[in-house]
Design a binder for this molecule. Structure first.
Ligand SMILES: [Zn+2]
Length: 98
């Protein structure tokens, strides 16, 4: 009898940031499962804050969705991004004539 090795990833725990808007950890992660123009999301069940991934690959998985949710709900990353925007706006302000 022949044998084939099937790679199984098995169950894995992935950590996610609480909702940046309300602090809830009651987050739904999901995707439509479409083969094309798939849409995935992370959504806070309490305040409805949502991170949409549109359109994403058909083979997106919860781990990838959580990664994108984390980038959008990580206060450190958000703070850095806001600071970059502030710096850019400050640069524009500085170019204005008095
Ligand atoms: Zn929330």
């Amino acid at each position: 009898m022949g044998q084939i090795e099937i790679k199984q990833s098995g169950a894995k725990k992935v950590s996610f940031f609480p909702c940046v808007k309300c602090g809830s950890e009651n987050i739904e992660f999901g995707d439509c499962g479409y083969s094309s123009f798939n849409v995935a999301w992370g959504k806070c069940r309490d305040c409805k804050h949502e991170v949409k991934i549109s359109s994403c690959d058909w083979d997106i998985n919860t781990e990838k969705i959580v990664k994108i949710w984390n980038e959008a709900n990580n206060p450190k990353i958000l703070r850095e991004n806001y600071q970059k925007q502030i710096n850019e706006l400050q640069r524009l302000i500085d170019t204005l004539p008095f």
